[in-house]
Design a protein around this ligand. Structure first.
Ligand code: ACM
Ligand code: ZN
Length: 765
């Protein structure tokens, strides 16, 4: 930092915003009733129940397991070892009553009175949910894994009658793109159960990894569970059968059914890398090193493929006692089948008129095997494309239309449309969020989804059994990273699948979220907190002064510092645009009612002179140099053997972008671009490096994928022509080949919000 005097900046900031107030630390998130999902019926009564060390748990025999679960849970946070037995007061009575007047076995009633808590489930599962509701009436700290001292553990007196709107309330986790282990899965099951989620769909196999042990085919894990990335990094992981059983049992204690997914006939390359003989071509294959859809799939012509898959599925069926097995079925290109003599012979022998009919044959043959094992299949909505047995359940992901069609055709339907329930999408502006798959899905949009589509008859509506959120992990690089994407959005999924549509109220849900987040803190969950958005770059250049305005997607307060310290609840509150006329480092974060802050956004605010335009003579076109090979960084490029320079009339659209990521190379483009006015430009590229006027402006370091203009910078440019060097490193980073991003860079002119693609402008050299 240059020219920084802290006092002057602070004075300037106060002049602008007139603030400096402190945010009171409070337990406001515990005020009122904050249950998620909101119950069907709840009446607030006078008084409250106080949980004490003397409180007893009274459980009938069918309630014993649930009583043990909550006794342990309460014990962890309160330090109370609650005794068993009945009494006239100071007791929590738990019972199961199969005749309870609620329309679902998952239903319950709960009466909290000053002297007594009575929880009655229609089943043990209903009781479990009644107790989860009771826990949510206690202060959020009750979810702490450690003893919390000095709390008064009171729950307001209420009468609750509650049951789910949908029987299927789920979440899918992909462990193949990035693996997360048993402890991670169990942690999620603990938390999902708190919010009455009852299905865990485990995406265990794909092109990028095979993540489940199959005893009969050890190569599936020896080879299929180890992915060697292009840069030499190894990504590996799988669940042993013992671990699978452990997770299934753990989930069952929390009334969660685990649904395994074995992908077929597509998304199968990890399996085929171990057993290429079950493909059409015979391979050899390695794991798919980029995301997306793979053409090599299981061969539908070879009987041995079916024998292989049936063996696998028989082992899977023995591990998962639930009624469902998911067989994938999505994104399965038929190109190989068209070419394959075995597949063609199969089509002739079975009288199949098209590869699409061959896919139906494939799914039906697998389905028959499952039905013989007493299982039902679930498949992605593609399996609907002609004739799958009505006993198959359809998971509608490409929208709700597949689900509607399936319900009309007599299938059970689970809604998981990407637009609302793919919780791998962005929750905020790309500049401030970790790289994600495309698309914007804030909490409010998830909440807005209604799993029940319009236009169905009552009978068809009965076939829409629920909804689930899908967590695909392509861009969730680090272990544990999915949590940031799952929470709090899964809480919206819990509410839209459990609570009646008439109880839906986003404003009230947003209020209840604040307490729920503290409950997540008790489990150490790394949930998303909206980031301060506004400035597009974390390096904001100015000429005279600059005004920066901030907002966050859920309208929480924001706090900031100008002295380099980390902002916290005692830091000045952001109230209005901040204006800067000196070099400053601004640190700003969103503040939750709990006092916890978001990740800190650090913005370097720097005065810069206009970078002068060049008046040297130039000719149309730009210069490019290429070197073959894999270059991990610029240091490696130093020793590259460069081709003779070529003159092109622009970035080689069609040429560079058709480069094959399997044959890496690097191309350096040099030239001049022109800007219309003096001022500060926002500049970005998804490519590896961009120099402007000889300065390394954008450095995408190559450790994770860069997309969506994540790394934007600002620069003060004089009107006229400026030199650039763009380095296009044709290789794969984090499953993303740079060739999937355009070979170009973009600017946003001063006082404009229009993005200018440099390829649409006059370039010269
Ligand atoms: C899917 O997202 N391909 C089911
Ligand atoms: Zn084939």
């Amino acid at each position: 930092m240059r020219n920084l005097t802290f006092a002057a900046i602070l004075a300037a900031a106060i002049l602008v915003c007139g603030c400096g107030s402190q945010v009171p630390q409070s337990y406001a998130y515990n005020a009122g009733i904050n249950i998620i999902p909101i119950p069907v019926e709840l009446t607030r009564n006078d008084g409250s129940f106080r949980l004490k060390s003397s409180t007893r748990i009274c459980a009938d025999s069918s309630a014993g397991v649930v009583a043990d679960y909550f006794t342990a849970k309460i014990g962890r946070a309160t330090g109370y070892a609650l005794g068993r037995g009945d009494a006239a007061s100071d007791v929590i009575r738990m019972a199961v009553d199969t005749a309870l007047d609620v329309p679902s076995a998952e239903g319950y009633t709960l009466e909290v009175a000053p002297d007594l808590v009575t929880v009655t489930g229609k089943s043990a599962q209903g009781l479990f949910y009644g107790m989860q509701t009771f826990m949510q009436l206690l202060p959020a700290e009750i979810e702490s894994s450690e003893r919390v001292r000095g709390m008064e553990w009171t729950a307001p007196s209420v009468t609750v009658r509650d049951y789910p709107r949908f029987a299927y309330r789920g979440m899918m986790l992909d462990v193949t793109r990035h693996f997360n282990d048993v402890d991670f899965v169990k942690k999620q099951l603990d938390v999902l159960a708190m919010f009455k989620i009852n299905r865990f769909h485990w995406h265990l196999t794909d092109d990028q990894l095979w993540a489940v042990e199959i005893k009969k085919y050890p190569e599936l894990t020896r080879i299929g569970s180890v992915r060697h990335e292009q840069d030499g990094a190894v990504h590996e992981g799988y669940f042993t059968q013992e671990q699978i059983r452990e997770v299934v049992a753990y989930a069952a204690e929390r009334f969660i059914e685990v649904i395994p997914e074995i992908e077929l006939p597509g998304h199968a390359l990890a399996a085929l890398s171990a057993y290429p003989q079950y493909s059409c071509t015979g391979g050899p294959f390695t794991h798919r090193l980029v995301w997306g859809v793979e053409p090599d799939i299981f061969c539908a012509g070879k009987d041995e493929t079916f024998a292989f898959l049936e063996d696998i599925l028989t082992e899977i069926a023995s591990l998962f006692p639930g009624r469902y097995i998911h067989i994938g079925g999505d994104e399965s290109p038929r190109d190989r089948w068209i070419e394959c003599p075995d597949c063609r012979a199969r089509m002739r022998a079975e009288g199949l008129k098209s590869p699409a009919e061959l896919q139906i044959y494939f799914v039906l043959r697998i389905e028959r095997h499952f039905n013989s094992l007493g299982k039902q299949i679930i498949g992605w909505d593609e399996i609907l494309e002609g004739g799958v047995d009505p006993s198959a359940t359809i998971l509608s992901w490409r929208g709700t239309e597949g689900g509607i069609e399936a319900a009309r055709a007599g299938h059970d339907v689970i809604m998981a449309p990407g637009e609302w329930l793919y919780i791998d999408k962005y929750q905020g502006a790309p500049e401030v969020e970790p790289v994600s798959i495309g698309g914007y899905l804030p909490l409010e949009k998830v909440y807005s989804f209604d799993p029940m589509p319009e236009g169905l008859t009552p009978e068809e509506e009965g076939r829409v059994i629920g909804a689930q959120a899908n967590v695909w992990t392509e861009y969730m690089y680090e272990p544990g990273a999915p949590e940031y994407f799952i929470y709090p959005r899964i809480l919206a999924v819990a509410e839209i699948t459990w609570s009646p549509a008439s109880r839906k109220d986003y404003a009230d849900f947003s209020r209840r979220i604040d307490g729920a987040l503290v409950r997540l803190d008790g489990h150490g969950i790394d949930y998303h907190i909206p980031m301060p958005e506004g400035p597009l770059s974390d390096r904001m250049v100015f000429i005279d002064s600059v005004a920066l305005g901030f907002a966050n997607t859920r309208h929480y307060p924001m706090v900031y510092t100008l002295d380099g310290t980390v902002p916290d609840s005692r830091s000045p509150l952001y109230t209005d645009t901040l204006r800067f006329g000196e070099n400053t480092t601004l640190k700003i974060a969103t503040l939750l009612p709990s006092g916890k802050t978001s990740r800190v956004r650090e913005i370097e605010i720097v005065r810069e002179p206009l970078s002068p335009a060049t008046d040297r003579p130039s000719e149309p076109g730009i210069v490019s140099h290429t070197a073959r090979g894999l270059f991990i960084d610029t240091l490696a490029m130093r020793d590259a053997e460069w081709s003779e320079p070529q003159i092109a009339d622009g970035f080689a659209r069609g040429r560079v972008e058709s480069l094959d990521y399997k044959n890496p190379c690097v191309t350096v483009y040099e030239g001049l671009f022109e800007v219309p006015t003096d001022g500060v430009y926002t500049i970005f590229t998804d490519q590896y490096l961009l120099y402007v006027d000889g300065r390394p402006l954008i450095v995408n370091d190559g450790t994770t994928a860069i997309r969506h203009g994540l790394n934007k910078k600002t620069m003060a440019l004089e009107a006229g022509r400026h030199s650039f060097t763009l380095v296009v490193n044709n290789r794969i980073v984090g499953g993303w080949p740079y060739t999937w991003s355009h070979a170009t860079f973009y600017y946003i002119a001063p006082d404009s919000d229009k993005i200018v693609d440099i390829r649409s402008t006059e370039l010269s050299h």
